[in-house]
Design a protein around this ligand. Structure first.
Ligand SMILES: Cc1cc2nc3c(=O)[nH]c(=O)nc-3n(C[C@H](O)[C@H](O)[C@H](O)COP(=O)(O)OP(=O)(O)OC[C@H]3O[C@@H](n4cnc5c(N)ncnc54)[C@H](O)[C@@H]3O)c2cc1C
Length: 399
């Protein structure tokens, strides 16, 4: 569906780049707006098909069709580290959630278990009305419909949606997270689960996020006038007090061993990593079980094509990990090389095969350098951003 967008031309209502070239084109188109304009307008929620003030790069970034460092480099080059600070800070929120979950993997497992319990015991009253957008709360209902139709919600809408779900509709946050995880085109184990926990007051001790009717009216340009929102949030007394665990150390790719390259939606631009240039790749494969949604299939198909051209080998789709092992054996590959799988469904799938198989994971410098600072609150990471950008040669180190 074509929608008109004042000043910026018509856009598609469902326009999330799912190939590397489309992501690069989106980045180029958005770059002029990633500096002061982003800082000023990013929280304005303009409605379905009108989210021009934000990049809508999340579906591509989540699959690393483009990487954080490529995006940060382009934004800093155009605007300078200061004016680009707000956008870079948001990129690092993604990194923060990934690094935090990596060091608290039980939070992911507990969420999965809670969802399984709800599936067994039956869904609570009010759940169907919420997911179908029939609650009578205008903003919430519109966002529920937008999410189902497009796979996307603006960040600010996600915060209001989660807050109304938890504090006004009094539905379990775990089920809300399951609903958005199912529908987001950028569904990410860390950003989704941990953002819901943050809204619910489970991440920062004594702090929850309460949606406010007047702010919704203002931020949505008067499109909505939500009635009956909760005026207080029951902040849970218990946040996650578990001490952060160690970051998993993956087996690194061995550049001397023949490799089967396994592409998953965790990293679809491995050919851009200079370190892997000389890898002896015998075949590139992708596994259908790792692609739970149409967007994954589209993005992985694009990744396969690029990797196949880059390493000059044939690409192959297989059904499952057993088939991946069989191809590795047939090709005489001593290792299966893949992008690092952080805590989430792909890591769960690979875990069962790590024993007895050399699964080597390439972890990007961006994560290696930032994750050690993602043990507690975001601001412990934020204060290192200038140094992290400096280490990545994207901006000068602070004096
Ligand atoms: C309840 C809830 C659930 C969420 N679930 C997801 C999810 O499953 N997957 C996901 O990628 N993001 C999630 N987010 C974060 C954020 O809403 C999206 O990343 C953002 O809306 C994507 O739109 P964009 O690409 O236009 O963002 P932009 O504003 O253009 O930001 C650029 C990039 O920075 C990252 N980013 C921006 N804001 C955040 C944030 N608050 N947290 C983490 N990363 C951020 C994203 O990768 C994004 O693509 C969630 C937020 C909330 C409140």
């Amino acid at each position: 569906m074509l929608l008109s967008a004042p000043g910026r031309g018509p856009i598609l209502s469902f326009d999330f780049p799912l190939s590397r070239s489309a992501a690069q084109a989106r980045l180029a188109e958005f770059l002029p707006y990633a500096g002061e304009a982003y800082a000023k307008h990013r929280n304005e929620e303009r409605g379905q098909g009108q989210h021009h003030a934000v990049s809508r790069l999340s579906a591509a970034l989540r699959r690393r069709l483009v990487s954080e460092s490529e995006i940060a480099e382009a934004v800093v080059r155009m605007h300078g580290a200061g004016p680009a600070g707000k956008f870079i800070g948001e990129l690092y929120w993604r990194t923060y959630w990934k690094g935090w979950l990596e060091q608290h993997p039980s939070v992911w497992r507990d969420w999965r278990r809670a969802c399984a319990r709800w599936a067994e015991q039956g869904l609570p009253e009010g759940y169907s009305a919420a997911i179908e957008g029939r609650t009578g709360i205008d903003a919430f209902d519109a966002w529920a419909r937008e999410l189902r139709e497009t796979g996307y919600l603006h960040n600010w809408a996600r915060m209001q949606f989660a807050s109304i779900w938890i504090f006004t509709l009094r539905l379990p946050w775990e089920l809300g997270a399951a609903f958005t995880f199912r529908h987001f085109v950028d569904a990410d184990a860390a950003s989704n689960t941990l953002s819901w926990r943050w809204v619910a007051g489970l991440h920062t001790s004594g702090k929850a996020y309460l949606a406010d009717a007047e702010r919704i009216r203002v931020q949505t340009g008067g499109r909505f006038d939500p009635k009956g929102l909760a005026l207080t949030a029951d902040v849970p007394r218990e946040t996650c007090t578990a001490e952060p665990g160690r970051i998993r150390t993956p087996t690194a790719p061995d550049l001397r061993l023949p490799a089967l390259l396994l592409l998953t939606p965790e990293d679809l631009s491995l050919e851009t990593e200079a370190h892997l240039e000389v890898l002896d790749v015998r075949r590139v494969v992708a596994c259908r079980v790792h692609c739970s949604r149409a967007a994954d299939l589209a993005a992985v198909a694009d990744g396969l094509q690029r990797a196949s051209t880059h390493w000059g080998v044939r690409a192959l789709w297989v059904d499952d990990m057993e088939a991946v092992l069989a191809v590795a054996q047939a090709e005489g590959a001593g290792q299966i090389v893949t992008g690092y799988a952080p805590v989430g469904p792909i890591a769960d799938s690979l875990a069962a095969y790590r024993e007895g198989t050399r699964i080597a994971e390439h972890r990007r410098a961006w994560d290696e350098q930032a994750w050690p600072y993602c043990r507690k609150g975001y601001f412990a990471l934020a204060q290192h951003i200038p140094a992290l950008l400096g280490a990545a040669a994207l901006a000068p180190l602070p004096a």
